[in-house]
Design a protein around this ligand. Structure first.
Ligand SMILES: [Zn+2]
Length: 384
């Protein structure tokens, strides 16, 4: 079976190519902002009307004509999509103005707008850029996105088709509970993912960079100093490094979990819940978010049964007899003790077992299991 995925690589544009990409971005940004303006002034900019406006504008403006029509059209397509999603997707705001300094470059080209020639990516208007090919493309790409990150590095991602990797057949189930000190606690301890705290290790260096930043001219009166810019960049670099390491750990872990389990029960984790406190906590939250996404995506792709379980009562319920504790466990209390059956287990491990038990019964909430058959044991027998 085929699957559609993105393959990303670093780009190393020369000075000319970089200038061309930036110019292209500013033209696209202008069109986006024009569309935002249309929407704000009460016109309803659909893709149809926007495309027509683009044709007119290109006829009049040599500046726009100097850019690629494919990239410009793609930008408007993205806008139209963002606008329609802002009506249908809960919590999604209207597309906003893209300021020159606050937005990152993101250009998209469909098949008409790019070729790969002699190992270089050539986009419309003859801009030729060397790609760092870290692996081979499995097929001819159907579209490409060029981006620049906060450090000024250029990246490209190709949309390609490839043969889906066959995950080995696996029977058993696994339950996953998310946490701060251990990112993922599994029903089987060998699948625990400890929080390695790459970000925590970076935190000291980061704090140093931020103190330097505070000493330097940050632009409240007059322009920002060169030294300020350098430290901003250094801080961004540290952030990125930590995020990349976290991502790598998440991938390796998710793959091993998905390969060995047919049923994957995951606690539904809402980052907002914890993120209001300290920086370290926020970093742990980000690690959980990334790991959860990776696990769900891989599980679904491999055709496993992935069940998202609501976190309510998972820590208060006994995984041995499904009785619920009268009181919520204090966060410092690491051990769960059942008042009914005397079952004792590590707090997070117990929660993971409850999550798996809920999913095994085809439910997504502890409440549903309790309601359907009161006091059911994990092994399926009913307690009397
Ligand atoms: Zn119990």
């Amino acid at each position: 079976m085929d699957e559609v995925v993105r393959y990303s690589f670093r780009l190393r544009p020369g000075r000319t190519a970089e200038a061309a990409l930036l110019a292209e971005w500013h033209r696209c940004r202008f069109l986006w902002n024009e569309a935002v303006h249309q929407q704000k002034s009460g016109n309803k900019p659909t893709l149809g009307t926007l495309s027509k406006l683009l044709t007119d504008a290109r006829a009049r403006s040599a500046w726009l004509r100097a850019g690629s029509q494919v990239a410009q059209q793609q930008m408007l397509r993205t806008y139209a999509q963002a606008l329609s999603q802002s009506f249908t997707v809960k919590g999604r705001g209207r597309p906003v103005f893209k300021a020159r300094k606050r937005t990152r470059v993101s250009l998209e080209y469909t098949r008409r707008g790019f070729t790969i020639t002699e190992g270089r990516l050539v986009v419309a208007k003859g801009v030729s850029i060397p790609v760092v090919w870290s692996r081979e493309l499995p097929s001819n790409p159907t579209s490409v996105r060029i981006t620049q990150d906060s450090l000024g590095h250029w990246n490209v991602s190709f949309v390609v088709r490839r043969n889906a990797r066959q995950a080995p057949p696996a029977e058993g189930g696994i339950g996953i509970d998310w946490g701060v000190s251990t990112t993922a606690t599994a029903t089987d301890p060998s699948f625990d993912l400890p929080y390695l705290g790459h970000r925590r290790r970076c935190a000291a260096e980061l704090a140093k960079a931020q103190r330097t930043m505070a000493r330097r001219r940050r632009g409240t009166h007059g322009p920002q100093s060169g030294g300020y810019h350098r430290t901003v960049r250094q801080a961004a670099k540290l952030h990125k490094k930590a995020a990349r390491q976290t991502q790598h750990d998440a991938r390796v872990w998710a793959r091993s979990v998905v390969d060995r389990h047919g049923l994957i029960a995951v606690e539904d984790f809402k980052p907002k819940f914890l993120a209001k406190s300290r920086t370290a906590r926020k970093a742990a939250d980000a690690a959980i978010g990334a790991t959860k996404r990776e696990l769900i995506e891989r599980g679904v792709r491999a055709g496993r049964r992935v069940v998202i379980v609501q976190p309510a009562f998972t820590t208060m319920t006994c995984s041995g007899c499904f009785a619920r504790a009268k009181q919520r466990l204090e966060l410092a209390e690491r051990t769960f003790r059942c008042q009914d059956c005397g079952f004792t287990e590590d707090r997070d491990r117990n929660a993971a077992r409850v999550i798996l038990a809920v999913a095994e019964r085809g439910c997504t909430r502890v409440e549903d299991v309790r309601r359907s058959d009161h006091r059911l044991r994990v092994d399926g027998s009913v307690a009397v």
